[in-house]
Design a binder for this molecule. Structure first.
Ligand SMILES: [Zn+2]
Length: 278
């Protein structure tokens, strides 16, 4: 039985972020990895980037999925003929693996017909996701100017600290900026700052080194907890903000009140009692 967590779907407007994409990667590895593609159906051309549906179909025909990796919010799937399939899940995208005879999911945009009687669909209710074929992952990361992956050994404390030296603006906006750190979106930036007990729109230049280190530590803790295999939403740590993201909800850390605030086009949920404005 293959299990997939669908956290992002339960929270109305959440984009899949690093932990969600990591879960999609596990899902892919459990299902479609090493399978051969017989045919691709493209139901919506607009999700292909820099490639025509016809070329995509031809280049994927008889391909096999060799291995996967994740960087930021992107999933990379290496193919046996040396090309790489890259998927970005946009606002609402996810993968669905199902038997040929099963009912296809609503809003499927692209379907890989596999040689084992199964299909793998990219499903998305809104249009922002993308699939593409690339030659080189590193070139892709450089072209998109992605910062270091938020959950990788490369981003140690010293590197993390350096990123924020001399930087201005709010901490939430900065950690959500994919060019600064790749993988964090609206929900997990709130979660990390909630756990670190930092007001989300604190200016970076007033944060102490101790506070910055706390953000770094909680970032790793939150990702570890969110990615642990087979974590369901209701089994997230009780102290996660994720299941309490409602105005007026009770804070699972201090019993205070959750509120939301908009700043520079970003809406943050936070606890006004333990994430005090400075
Ligand atoms: Zn609180």
């Amino acid at each position: 039985m293959v299990f997939i967590r669908i956290v992002y779907q339960k929270n109305k407007k959440n984009m899949p972020e690093l932990p969600d994409v990591e879960v999609f990667e596990h899902y892919f590895n459990y299902t479609a990895l090493h399978k051969k593609v017989e045919k691709v159906n493209v139901d919506d051309d607009s999700i292909l980037e820099n490639i025509s549906p016809r070329s995509f179909q031809m280049r994927l025909k008889d391909e096999k999925f060799k291995s996967t990796s994740r960087y930021g919010k992107y999933l990379f799937i290496e193919l046996i003929r040396d090309e790489i399939l890259v998927i970005h899940f946009g606002m609402t995208g996810y993968l669905k693996y199902y038997k040929n005879e099963e009912k296809s999911p609503e809003y499927e945009k692209l379907i890989f017909n596999l040689n084992n009687g199964f299909k793998l669909a990219y499903v998305c209710t809104r249009k922002f996701g993308l699939l593409s074929l690339i030659d080189n992952q590193q070139d892709f990361i450089e072209k998109h100017e992605l910062g270091p992956d938020a959950y990788s050994d490369d981003l140690n404390w010293n590197n993390f600290k350096k990123i924020f030296e001399g930087r201005r603006g709010s901490i939430k906006t900065a950690i959500m900026n994919q060019k600064i750190i790749a993988g964090i979106g609206n929900v997990y930036s709130d979660e990390i700052l909630f756990q670190a007990k930092i007001y989300p729109f604190s200016k970076i230049d007033i944060l102490s080194e101790k506070e910055l280190k706390e953000i770094y530590k909680k970032m790793n803790w939150v990702f570890k907890k969110a990615i642990e295999p087979n974590v369901e939403e209701d089994k997230f740590p009780k102290k996660f903000l994720l299941s309490h993201r409602d105005v007026g909800a009770k804070c699972p850390i201090c019993g205070g009140t959750i509120k939301s605030e908009k700043y520079s086009g970003r809406t943050a949920y936070y606890c006004e009692d333990h994430q005090k404005k400075k």
